[in-house]
Write a protein that binds this ligand. Sequence first.
Ligand code: CA
Length: 235
Amino acid sequence: MDYASRILVVEDEHGISDFIGTILKANGYDVEKAVNGKEALMMIASHCPDAVVLDLGLPDIDGQKIIASVREWSSVPILVVSARTHERDKITAFELGADDYITKPFSTGELIARIKTALRHVKAKECALEIAQKPRYRLKLLTIDYEKRRVWIGSEDVHLTQIEYRIVELLSRNAGRVMTYDTIMKQIWGPAVVQDHQVLRVNMANIRRKLEQNPAEPVYIRTEIGVGYWMAEDE
Ligand code: CA
């Protein structure tokens, strides 16, 4: 393993989330956390974790629905960690596509062993963002540093919100091709929350206000009318 596997921990109880996070980090994994279903779907779609540790009892979306939704577009290993011990809960989770089911309480050794197994079973990682990972993007005055997650126009720091940054990162990593509104929506907000494109248009207007000298005639992020957005290739 030449890089630390990234595990997304989806858990609304902070005590448990911290406990799992600590165990994982102590074993050399990178840890990201989501505290509800909406956040989980968004992060799975955009951050490409190597595995997901999923609590079923979340405040907004039931964990079972999350498994079903993720399986429509991703084969990322999902390990359910749940207080639900009924057989039918386990069966449903597996039928929907969970890779493993660990009941609370569990031992640290058990959790790590099962994560190792799940990661071994990962075949080809399926993720739309899994493309040539360049550290930077440059076009005219625009610089995007993917590692620092920062954006500059000339020497001026551009302050983007998380969502705005992720849209810019997505478009620049796919520079040279048009990304449709639906594709962008799915990548940023997750497949479960695709509704109309208004939220994307609002974010794009804010991004352009921050990046472009004349937002009405954008030079960095272009519109393909009725289709989507695109950015020119890196210089
Ligand atoms: Ca819970």
